[in-house]
Design a protein around this ligand. Structure first.
Ligand SMILES: [Zn+2]
Length: 162
């Protein structure tokens, strides 16, 4: 079983009324997990996610799966609006600042393993692991164009076989 570190609680979540049928991948647009976690814990931020995955592969749990986290905003997936209500939000620590900072192997593998477990648990098909940019086009650009989707989904599949 994958290890999740405790994180400062976020006040930004609500009860789930729909089944979990998708996973949304984000960049934190920060250099450290600590800054993302403190922003999600800040009552003023109005944002959160289920987990934050650091560049060393450490996974921080912010909101339990059975609560809706506030990560997607105005969004649509396959004509279904308000993606927060039926998804899990995964934040990858990535500055997304134009500097060449590829996602480290440890981070990609931890994210893929976490997603593989969630896909098995909630019966989420791989084509419903999507980027924030895919569900809010024109408004969001994360994860960046340096996020290799086919490589990532193969890693998820590999972990599911494991
Ligand atoms: Zn995002």
């Amino acid at each position: 079983m994958i290890h999740e570190h405790a994180a400062p609680p976020s006040p930004h979540h609500r009860a789930r009324t729909q089944p979990i049928t998708a996973i949304v991948i984000h960049d934190t647009a920060s250099h450290t997990a600590a800054s993302a976690l403190s922003w999600f814990a800040n009552p003023a931020s109005q944002v959160s996610a289920h987990v934050v995955i650091d560049r060393d592969g450490a996974i921080y749990r912010v909101v339990p799966d059975d609560r809706v986290a506030w990560h997607a905003g105005k969004s649509t997936l396959h004509a279904q609006p308000n993606v927060n209500g039926f998804s899990l939000g995964v934040e990858l620590v990535d500055a997304d600042d134009g500097v060449n900072d590829p996602y480290p192997e440890a981070q990609l593998n931890a994210a893929a393993e976490w997603c593989g477990i969630a896909c098995a648990r909630y019966r989420i098909p791989l084509n419903r692991i999507v980027g924030h940019r895919d569900i809010a086009p024109g408004r969001k650009v994360d994860p960046g164009s340096d996020f290799a989707w086919s490589d990532f989904l193969l890693r998820v599949a590999w972990h599911q076989l494991g």
